[in-house]
Design a protein around this ligand. Structure first.
Ligand code: HZT
Ligand code: MN
Ligand code: MN
Length: 441
């Protein structure tokens, strides 16, 4: 194994200028968060205003010359805060798509534009989280190779996310208000979702593996949920293409007043128009019928609406203001998953009962969960890094008492291969914004 561990040392190598939009850094800001490009014209203006010859000599108070600073660039691995790269909170927009049919009027409608404007903090936080997501996954796509351990992959991604959204006024007292939105999913082959390594996991990524990388980033509780699939053997290309096309079809179909069941039908139609040949055997690509997309609420990864990925008569409509994770899964197996294997993912239930806990380890663990995650999903590694140990009895007790929900790995039949692509979309009053869209997917 030519395992190349991710390094914590900041390489001198600079990557793409993050100040993507020309003019973004020229806007005047009031928050003191400007990129201080020194302004030499100030001195020239002083010269021009100098008293004419013969007048009493006035001692010039020259400001010391400031060095011209280049706009800050991202490092490799990414460790420069997104807030520093985009002064005045000018984070890049996602893909903005105009509504169609009866909702065409929304883009220019005065009232809808007003509603959009009063929601600007929501949008700023979402765009901030989405840019961190794009930069962390760019690192992942470039660096993850067969031979890496899943633990090194998870740490590489999570160290990036935390550095990108961390610090700089984003902490209120003790509460961290930006960071991982949920544990990084690293689900391989027949495992479709909710796998991340627990402590001591020595699993190594293999050349013929198909790995779903599902990353959650939140800023002030606005969670971007977006995933892609990595494979190194080109034989999986049609599988990955099927799922990418199916997700894009779902993203395209989504909109205000659209019925979620109709989206499922379109996703399935696109997904199941593909087949994939593996070792001389041809497999139809199936939509995994018991997995679906979902709404996202503030500090809560799953809201009350689902988006099926097979034909369904679910008449639930998408509405203005909804945030959806549009995710589709394709499989060479049964197209049906079940829970199996050691649990890594957990989350406190938002409707958690106020039980009087008998077990002191459960009581103290609940305090740790409340303080560090609230209702955001977490994994055992996140407890380990907080210095917690011997917490399993307490954790299982919280699950038994219905306070914490466990999310076991979701797997199709052994020997099968599954793929996933996922985007978070905002149904803004004026436009649909595919907030997690990048050049990659
Ligand atoms: C649960 C726990 C997590 C939400 C979907 C998902 C990853 O399968 C309604 C529909 C993170 C996310 C979730 F730690 N799940 N998206 N990305 N997993 S889900 C779900 O439980 S609830 C689908
Ligand atoms: Mn996800
Ligand atoms: Mn999701």
């Amino acid at each position: 194994m030519a395992a190349q561990a991710p390094t914590d040392e900041l390489s001198k190598l600079k990557v793409a200028d993050a100040n993507g939009k020309p003019g973004a850094s020229t806007e005047t800001g009031t928050n003191g968060n400007l990129n201080h490009d020194s302004d030499d014209s100030e001195d020239e203006a002083e010269d021009a205003a100098a008293p004419a010859a013969g007048a009493a000599k006035k001692k010039k108070k020259r400001k010391p010359k400031k060095k011209k600073k280049a706009p800050t660039q991202q490092t490799d691995p990414p460790r420069v805060q997104i807030a520093q790269l985009f002064p005045n909170k000018n984070y890049p927009a996602g893909e903005e798509v105009e509504y169609v049919n009866e909702n065409r009027y929304r883009t220019t409608n005065e009232e809808k534009r007003h509603l959009d404007n009063i929601n600007s903090e929501f949008l700023t936080d979402y765009r901030h989280a989405a840019e961190a997501h794009r930069q962390a996954r760019q690192w992942a796509q470039k660096n993850i190779k067969p031979g890496w351990t899943l633990t090194d992959i998870a740490n590489g991604i999570e160290d990036s996310v935390r550095a990108l959204v961390g610090h700089s006024g984003l902490e209120e007292g003790d509460a961290i208000i930006a960071g991982m939105g949920f544990p990084t999913g690293l689900s391989i082959n027949h495992c479709a979702a909710h796998y991340t390594p627990n402590a001591g996991n020595k699993m190594v990524l293999q050349e013929d593996d198909v790995m779903k990388v599902d990353i959650g980033v939140h800023v002030n509780g606005r969670i971007v949920d977006s995933a892609f699939t990595l494979a190194f053997n080109p034989r999986y290309d049609p599988l990955l293409e099927a799922v990418k096309a199916a997700t894009n079809a779902g993203v395209k179909e989504a909109g205000i007043d659209v019925r979620v069941g109709d989206i499922g039908g379109i996703i399935q139609e696109v997904m199941e128009s593909y087949e994939v040949e593996i070792n001389g055997q041809t497999f139809p690509v199936k939509s995994i019928r018991n997995l679906n997309g979902h709404t996202i609420n503030h500090y809560s990864i799953h809201g009350s609406k689902s988006v099926p990925i097979v034909k369904s008569n679910d008449q639930t409509k998408m509405e203005e203001g909804d945030v959806f994770a549009i995710e589709t899964f394709g499989s060479t197996g049964n197209g049906y998953v079940h829970e199996e294997g050691e649990v890594s993912h957990y989350a406190k239930r938002s409707d958690a009962p106020k039980a009087d806990l008998r077990l002191s380890s459960a009581k103290s663990l609940l305090n740790v969960i409340n303080k560090n995650f609230g209702t955001l999903p977490f994994c055992r590694r996140y407890l380990d890094r907080l210095g917690q140990d011997k917490y399993l009895l307490g954790l299982n007790n919280l699950v038994s008492n219905g306070i914490v929900e466990s999310y076991p790995p979701l797997v199709d039949k052994k020997g099968s291969y599954t793929a996933q692509f996922e985007h978070t979309i905002l149904l803004r009053p004026t436009v649909k914004e595919v907030i997690s869209r990048g050049e990659d997917f």
